[in-house]
Design a binder for this molecule. Structure first.
Ligand code: DC
Length: 218
């Protein structure tokens, strides 16, 4: 069975997806981390992001493995390195590259072979797994998403303002929604879940109940 969770950044998607997978005993795939890994390598190799051919050449050269919710890239743990502000910015641009997407989509589909999977991203229910048995689209107001991000950055000892975060987030949301390939949008058969004023525990309980209900009839 495949469960997809799509939505913009800051909706609590990764946390909810990981916990849901744990509760169900399913595998968990964080596809944003894959785009981030490509961005990290582009930054490390000083590849100009505007050079589509050079960027598209990166993913086939990489070996990505998820182990215990950490991402290993060519044998090194990059779980922290892919979370910096510069990687976040570049990842959003790398994700507009059609050939990068094609390669990563292929890897994502392979990760679903013969396993039960909870996968999260922007296009999981629309493009990657259109026949998934259970699809969710998680939303929250821009202000709440930015406040969550600010709390995360402060916890990491980084210094920035709510206004800056909100401006960056708006720019990335627009890029995700307006890009030609796999724009962010809910699948027609996705269940919309607004996490703005609902505790994670309640969001999770609602989603888990729905997956179990669907599981019993598929
Ligand atoms: O979810 P995230 O912030 O870690 O994702 C990083 C970037 O990758 C973000 O700009 C959206 C993009 N992305 C995408 O285009 N498709 C996905 N399936 C997952 C992420």
């Amino acid at each position: 069975m495949i469960v997809t969770i799509d939505g913009p950044a800051g909706t609590g998607k990764s946390t909810v997806a990981r916990l849901l997978a744990e509760r169900l005993g399913f595998e968990f795939l964080n596809t944003g981390a894959m785009y981030r890994a490509v961005a990290l390598v582009c930054l490390e190799r000083s590849i100009p992001i505007a050079d589509g051919d050079a960027v598209a050449a990166v993913p086939p050269q990489l070996s990505m493995t998820f182990r215990e919710n950490r991402l290993w890239l060519d044998g090194r743990d990059v779980s922290e390195a892919i979370r910096t502000a510069s990687v976040t910015e570049v990842a959003s641009r790398v994700a507009s590259n059609q050939r990068v997407r094609e390669h990563l989509v292929e890897l994502q589909r392979r990760a679903a072979d013969n396993v039960n999977l909870v996968t999260e991203g922007r296009d999981q229910g629309t493009i990657v797994f259109p026949h998934a048995e259970c699809k969710f689209f998680l939303t929250a107001t821009p202000e709440i998403r930015a406040e969550r991000r600010l709390a995360e950055l402060i916890a990491q000892g980084q210094d920035c303002s709510l206004e800056e975060i909100l401006a960056d987030q708006t720019e990335r949301d627009l890029r995700d929604q307006q890009r030609a390939c796999a724009p962010l949008r809910p699948a027609e058969d996705a269940v919309l879940v607004d996490s703005s004023s609902v505790p994670v525990e309640d969001v999770l309980a609602r989603m888990e109940a729905l997956v179990r209900e669907r599981k019993s009839i598929v």
